[in-house]
Design a protein around this ligand. Sequence first.
Ligand SMILES: [Zn+2]
Length: 385
Amino acid sequence: MQKTIIKNAHVISPGVDVENATVVVEGGRIARVTTAKVPEKGAKAVFDAKGHYLMPGFIDVHTHGALTYDFCDADPKAIFEIARGKLEEGVTSFLPTTLTVSHDELATAAKNLKAYADAGMPYAKTPGIHLEGPFINVKCCGAQNPEYVRKPDIAEVKAIAKIFPVRQISYAVETEGGAAFAKQCFKIGVVPSCGHTGAKLADLMKAYKNGLRHMTHFCNQMTPLHHREIGMVGAGFLVEDLNTEVICDKIHLCPDMLKLIFTRRSLAHIQMITDSLRCSHCKDGYAFTMGGLEVKLENGEARLVKGGNLAGSTLWMGMGLKNVHDVTGIPLKDLVRTTSWNQAIEQGWGNDLGKVEKGFVADLVAINPRSWKPSAVFVDGERKI
Ligand SMILES: [Zn+2]
């Protein structure tokens, strides 16, 4: 079998921090991780990581766009461009995330994703869609358009999943039928997530009893902590096994909140996300509309022109990891599970993705420890960047 050798790597993987390591890749999977000398003769390719961090490729379960494109654009080019941008960030797998829009627009997005899959997914890989809405609470829309909000309807989800798989749905658990909807999601292989929600703890626990274990962008667009009703923020701290998505750009959550979350919650149940918008990879001043609402990028912050609500981020996963590492001092070998492996476990790929370990798929990112930007990205053992 043809082998690729990655030498002089500083391997960072859940529970592992080894310098001067060599990773041997065979048939798209990791065959060996060692500090012993590996003969290079006969290898198809040898890559010198120059001491950069070698981590599991990032898995972003919540991203709307990049490079001026959004998945909800009725443009087949969008998914190709965004997947190319995500790969540049070191993301090897992602869930394209849709907005609260009409059913027809969602169906078109699904068709475009199918075309990307049919083309062999030349950039970052995607196993399916994350529907953010349309089944949200109209009072907690954030930058989602309230005009398109509707009640949970599994038939609509099934219709989209017929075109391209749906992997995750962010919805408001307190809406009529919200608790039962969690069960219906599991039946068709979808991870239900509580998001854009005005729920009380009791509302959440009804869905929790039906298996719901995920929270969409924890703290953003959900009920805050109050001492007589702890809301969804309180629930995230009280209920340990809720998998909380966190946007680690130090804008959506202040550094102290990031510190509170990462030092008080179990790291096994935190998933870093970007929630990146089309303005990701763009310069300040870039303006666009999102679900019919005007947004402008200023000082790296994407906000609604009307009202000023945050609309999403321009964050790269590697920078999120750096931010949390800086703020908390938590070792990278402990934090790194929040950028891939936790996501992989919840999505059912915990034995394949998220570790730099023998037997795992060779989806890898080399991160320059000075710039925190990727210097190389491998997908299924093939160097793509
Ligand atoms: Zn989002």
